[in-house]
Design a protein around this ligand. Structure first.
Ligand code: FES
Ligand SMILES: [Fe+2]
Length: 386
């Protein structure tokens, strides 16, 4: 049966010349946020964190992903597992804050214990004071709920609904486009990660990142180095959109040192850089000497946390002499991303104007944003039709 339509998305799905953007309720309405949670964030491969945050066996980090308690764990084989962070007994949150688990994850309520693989391995007194077993309790059926996950470019992706294609199919086009960057990457260490809390809907962060139209106005300094006319659109319908620049120049320290390049890159990357919104909630940037990801944590309709992590071609130990340059690079990107805060928050406030109809796109300059809207609207309508 066709579900109730919270919003009409016909005009969003129109060709860009006639299209509007998403209706206001997609930014300000709780019920629409819930609908998007399922149809966009849970039904697809969304990012929840980075593997560098759980580097060693036993490292466990809880995250709340649009209300859902999840636990990222590094298991004995060195793999990343993601579980629902909920005990199978009475539903207690298992791990409250980042920790190093020694051997087993013990529930803080009645001490049911789970292996790093999620398997239930101990149930103290479940059969009475002197018995740790009971015939009604079958450990093999009571492991932690595993959430389908995949790590790419250090980003931990999850498909909560378990209904998306394999990640390597889902991401095939972006993996193919950037296959030259499919090599070891090294997080720059403390100082190469930071988070920004922004009073906006998560989609506005995507929409803004996708386009270079705002460059001269919002980023006047960046526009001196890499002008709007040096940019091109990137659009892969139903997968990703963004922009690239043909005039990337490496940062240098006072001695003229630069960061080491990733190996075996083609000539495109000598002066090229690309910035892609990988749907739904990851913003990526690649350059010859560093890459970064921004994981958008959607908190509610009008609050998003942007988690930024910057990576290099060499391990920090081999780049000790470049520590100051790494700090300068982090400061540079932070300043750029902070410049965007005013507009993504302003667009959010603008969406309380009841006569705003989703807006009018420039068929030329706004096409990466329209490509994102089209994908969002398709996901929602497909889900409504199920
Ligand atoms: S709720 Fe976890 S052991 Fe009881
Ligand atoms: Fe920007």
């Amino acid at each position: 049966m066709r579900k109730t339509q919270l919003t009409n998305l016909d005009s969003v799905l129109s060709p860009i010349e006639n299209a509007t953007g998403l209706p206001n309720n997609h930014y300000i309405d709780d019920e629409t946020f819930e609908e998007e949670k399922q149809s966009i964030l849970f039904n697809n491969w969304s990012a929840i964190g980075t593997a560098k945050d759980i580097p060693d066996v036993g490292d466990a980090k809880p995250v709340i992903f649009v209300g859902m308690p999840l636990l990222m764990v590094r298991d004995e084989l060195g793999d990343v597992n993601v579980f629902q962070n909920t005990c199978r007994h009475r539903g207690m949150i298992l791990v409250e804050k980042q920790t190093k688990v020694t051997g087993i994850i013990a529930c803080p309520y009645h001490s049911w214990c789970y292996k790093l693989s999620g398997e239930l391995c101990a149930t103290p007194m479940v059969g009475g004071i002197n018995s740790n077993t009971h015939e009604a309790i079958n450990n093999s059926e009571l492991g932690l709920f595993a959430i389908r996950s995949y790590v790419w470019q250090d980003i931990i992706f999850v498909n909560v609904s378990n209904s998306a294609p394999e990640f390597t199919d889902y991401a095939a086009k972006v993996m193919q486009r950037w296959k030259e960057f499919d090599k070891p990457i090294y997080h720059g260490g403390k100082g190469s990660s930071f988070s920004l809390t922004v009073n906006t809907n998560w989609k506005l962060a995507v929409e803004n990142y996708a386009e270079s139209y705002h460059l001269p106005i919002v980023h006047p300094n960046l526009n001196k180095k890499s002008k709007i006319e040096d940019h091109y659109h990137i659009e892969e319908k139903n997968h990703f959109s963004g922009q690239g620049s043909v005039v990337y120049s490496q940062m240098k320290d006072e001695s003229g040192n630069t960061f080491p390049d990733f190996e075996s890159l083609g000539p495109k990357w000598d002066t090229g850089s690309e910035y892609i919104c990988f749907y739904p909630n990851v913003l990526l940037g690649v350059h010859r000497d560093h890459i970064y990801n921004i994981i958008l944590e959607p908190v509610n309709t009008s609050k998003t946390v942007e988690h930024v992590s910057i990576y290099y071609a060499k391990d920090s130990n081999e780049m000790q002499h470049l520590n100051k340059l790494k700090d300068a690079n982090s400061a540079f990107w932070k300043s750029v991303f902070l410049e965007d805060v005013g507009v993504v928050e302003g667009m959010q406030r603008g969406r309380y104007g009841i006569h705003f109809d989703g807006g009018k796109f420039s068929p030329i300059m706004d096409s990466p944003t329209h490509t994102f809207h089209h994908w969002v609207a398709s996901q929602i309508t497909n889900n409504r039709d199920r």
